[in-house]
Design a protein around this ligand. Structure first.
Ligand code: OFO
Length: 170
């Protein structure tokens, strides 16, 4: 049986994963209507799907351990971006926030001697390391590219390959 404090923390994380899914869906939709960013759009559509899977994994874990996985209310995410760089900056900022939140729950699980939850969360710890690395790599690429149109063309064309190199999971 989950402690109330752990169930609450895990449900907050459910909310955060759902917010991630929404945020990346909005990025996908924004990229989808920009000229020449089909690769970026596909990247964020996939990223959004993955975040939903992360949410489900948590929700079902809470239920399996005798808690109640709460489907959260969600605020509207950022819908538009001034540039590709600002979009990917938001992506990195968001992932860093999620990592902090996962670390806090890991800390709580240890403090409460909930080793099952601690063990379960290790998957998320690894996942966040991969996603942070991916987000950093993509931001560094965009920094190098600057306003260079052929660089941006290649970035969009190759983004799925960066993803494969930077992270893989589930
Ligand atoms: Fe849920 O993987 Fe990052 O945020």
């Amino acid at each position: 049986m989950l402690l109330k404090s752990i169930a609450e923390a895990l449900n907050k994380q459910v909310q955060m994963e759902a917010e991630s899914s929404q945020a990346y869906l909005a990025m996908a939709s924004w990229a989808d209507i920009q000229p020449g960013l089909e690769g970026v759009a596909a990247f964020f559509y996939e990223q959004s799907d993955e975040e939903r899977q992360h949410m489900l994994k948590l929700l079902t874990f809470i239920n399996e351990r005798g808690g109640f996985g709460v489907v959260p209310a969600l605020e509207q995410p950022i819908l538009t971006f001034t540039s590709l760089k600002s979009c990917f900056n938001e992506f990195l900022k968001h992932e860093l926030k999620v990592s902090d939140s996962i670390n806090d729950i890991v800390h709580l699980a240890l403090a409460e001697k909930d080793y099952a939850t601690h063990n379960f969360l290790q998957w998320y710890v690894t996942e966040q390391m991969e996603e942070e690395r991916l987000a950093r790599t993509l931001n560094e690429k965009l920094e190098l590219i600057g306003e260079d149109k052929s660089g941006l063309y290649l970035f969009d064309r190759d983004i799925s390959a960066y993803r494969g190199a930077g992270a893989k999971k589930k």
